[in-house]
Design a protein around this ligand. Structure first.
Ligand SMILES: Nc1nc2c(ncn2[C@@H]2O[C@H](COP(=O)(O)OP(=O)(O)O)[C@@H](O)[C@H]2O)c(=O)[nH]1
Ligand SMILES: [Mg+2]
Length: 441
């Protein structure tokens, strides 16, 4: 479809639909200040320095009807978000006001901005690289603290700097290998080249290892609670969310369907799912509930398998065997009661008294985020994960190749890394990135 023109003045409402205390309409492009002045009564915006604001009235450009009282914030190229002359109007946050102000700017010569077009300009004008632009989107969409923190690190160029560092090492290496081939008598060591390759490969793998955690920080996780009827699933769910979300009864088989409750553990958004008890049964409703529970467990990021340790083991072992083992945390429930059995593979907890809850939260956190270190940047963008995977494959090829052929694979790895930053990426990649933005960002 082609990228839109970079200079045309564009305008959009930047605040979300609905009423708010303040609404923002943005305008950016060549001639932005002239267009803004056409709808403005107050200090002449064209004469203002960048980074200043003034209070005035917004008018219809032809009828001169007053549309609202507003603040105008003036930005001058290149010191603006887009790198262009730009004005932001802060109006009263009414949909009627915002619509009229936008219409006035369009009448005065701007065209409606496309989704993400302001950020696209920031990227095309070199104000940020593509990974930073993607972090802007991730930040706008962040719903948890972990997601917010990671997006902010991406925006502050932390990821880009890491990628640039690796790319630089590969560039130096290419020069080194060229020298090795051109002047073999200079004694440039081939094993030096392999050492550098191994180092970059280590860094790439290190970043890739954070991808599962990054994905979960961004999208959240589903946590299924399964076990025999009366194992204490509903009680544990209530203990996790901190209020009586699920009905607790001493009658087995009460929860015949399933219910979901949102919670946050260590900054990660989690949906906990209380399921019907797993037991073989002839009751049609209950049986379909059990099947449902197994399906939910199969699709969950993590499964809590509960067994009542105050009673002789009653849960059929074949049910536990049907669960995705690598994603199961086993829990011995009702730990406040005297034990009827003990199994070190089971973590003792009591939904009633809270015994074992800190250890459980810790275990959930560790299992969901794996070894991804807290202080480390995580790969939370699918495009980045794919590019790193490609880079990894090319690096492995390079390591396996004889010196005179290494260069090709190194070049390919370098290109994959550069794609993360948006260097030499095909237009449709850029298009795809910005299509996910909202209008006005
Ligand atoms: N003493 C004790 N009783 C519990 C605990 N958790 C659940 N119960 C009791 O066990 C019964 C079944 O609990 P419930 O949470 O409904 O189990 P579910 O069928 O697996 O959802 C209820 O009578 C609860 O009060 C616990 O940690 N300690
Ligand atoms: Mg229940």
């Amino acid at each position: 479809m082609g990228l839109p023109s970079l200079n045309e003045p564009i305008a959009a409402i930047a605040t979300p639909p609905g009423k708010g205390a303040v609404g923002i309409v943005r305008l950016s492009g060549v001639g932005a200040l002239e267009i803004a002045q056409k709808v403005w009564r107050g200090r002449d915006l064209r004469g203002m320095e960048g980074g200043r604001f003034t209070l005035g009235l917004i008018l219809h450009p032809e009828s001169r009807e007053v549309l609202d009282e507003a603040l105008a914030l003036v930005f001058r190229a290149p010191s603006s978000y887009t790198g262009q002359d730009a004005v932001e109007f802060q109006t009263h946050g009414s949909p009627a006001v915002l619509r009229q102000v936008l219409q006035a700017l369009l009448r005065a010569g701007a065209r409606p901005a496309q989704p993400g077009e302001f950020t696209l300009r920031a990227y095309l004008n070199g104000r940020m690289d593509l990974a930073q632009a993607e972090s802007v989107l991730a930040l706008v969409e962040s719903e948890s603290d972990a997601a917010r923190r990671q997006a902010l690190r991406g925006l502050s160029k932390e990821l880009s700097a890491r990628i640039e560092g690796m790319a630089q090492e590969l560039l130096d290496l290419l020069a080194h290998i060229q020298a090795l081939l051109d002047y073999p008598e200079e004694g440039v060591e081939a094993h030096e080249a392999r050492k550098i390759l191994e180092h970059v490969l280590f860094e790439v793998e290190h970043l890739l290892a954070t991808a599962p955690a990054g994905r979960i920080a961004q999208k959240g996780a589903r946590l299924a609670l399964v076990g025999a009827p009366n194992a204490g699933k509903s009680s544990l769910l209530n203990a996790l969310v901190g209020y009586e979300r699920a009905i607790v009864t001493p009658i087995p088989g009460t929860t015949r369907d399933y219910l979901e409750a949102p919670l946050e553990i260590a900054g990660v958004p989690i949906v906990a799912i209380d399921t019907a008890g797993l037991r073989q049964t002839d009751d049609v409703v209950e049986r379909s509930g059990v099947e449902r529970a197994l399906n939910i467990a199969q699709e969950a990021d993590l499964v809590l398998y509960l067994a009542d340790q105050s009673q002789p083991r009653a849960d059929p072992p074949e049910l536990l065997a049907q669960l995705p083992q690598e994603r199961v945390i086993r829990l011995a429930t009702k730990a406040d009661l005297p034990p009827a059995w003990h199994d070190p593979a089971f973590l003792p907890v009591s939904g009633l008294t809270g015994t074992g809850m800190p250890a459980l939260l810790e275990a959930i956190h560790r299992r969901l985020l794996g070894e991804a270190p807290e202080g480390e940047i995580w790969i939370s963008n699918e495009r980045h994960a794919q590019a790193l995977t490609e880079a990894k494959e090319h690096l492995l090829d390079a390591l396996a190749a004889p010196e005179d052929l290494m260069g090709l694979s190194i070049q390919a790895a370098l290109e994959a890394l550069n794609h993360i930053l948006g260097k030499d990426v095909p237009e449709e990649v850029i298009d795809r990135v910005f299509r996910n933005f909202c209008v006005g960002k």
